[in-house]
Design a protein around this ligand. Sequence first.
Ligand code: DC
Length: 220
Amino acid sequence: MKIINIALDGPSGSGKSTLAKGLSEKLNILYLDTGAMYRAAACKALSLGIDTLDEKGVASFIDGIDLEIRYIDGAQHTFLDKKDVSLRIREPEVSMAASNISSLKCVRLKMVEMQRAIAKSMSCILDGRDIGSFVLPDAKYKFYITAAPEVRTARRKAELESRGFKVNFDELLKEIEQRDYNDKHRDFAPLVQAEDAVYIDTSDMSAQEVLERILSYIKR
Ligand code: DC
């Protein structure tokens, strides 16, 4: 069977993961959330007490990291040192740590190697920052999903609050803008729209509208 990969790139809170889940159900192919892998690498550094921007310190463990992505009833679970860390990686302190650690070349090379191996083995939707531009430049479908920073902040706030975290809008907006800056300005494989990606601004669109728009491109 032919393997098809769909690349969804864009900044935090643009709606990629909701979209990827919808596409995964509609097209019956798995969804690989690549951000979860950077988040797990950040958790490892935090648990070792290593600064997430200390390239030497991070390089000392990244090649041997025991990180595994498993699918349970179609949903992705992230295992670190054999433990399911799917909830831990979503904690707010991990978000900035993941943004920092993802700027390190040694980390990206390791994660990209794993992502390419997964994408080669099965049809999947990958969401991230550099999927269409660097990880899978030959992906059959590529989309760049974005939204205004205030809209993305409001979405992230609602998501965090639904999970019981207390959130201040202005602080979260600042953090999102800082992460955007980090992701777009790192030296190696930054967040960028691939030349052949379809650009979609979801600021004024519902999740269902975004899903339908993407499906119409794919059907075309
Ligand atoms: O999508 P997310 O917020 O879970 O991603 C966490 C961090 O990981 C984000 O700040 C940027 C980084 N990331 C990346 O650099 N490349 C990817 N393909 C996915 C995520």
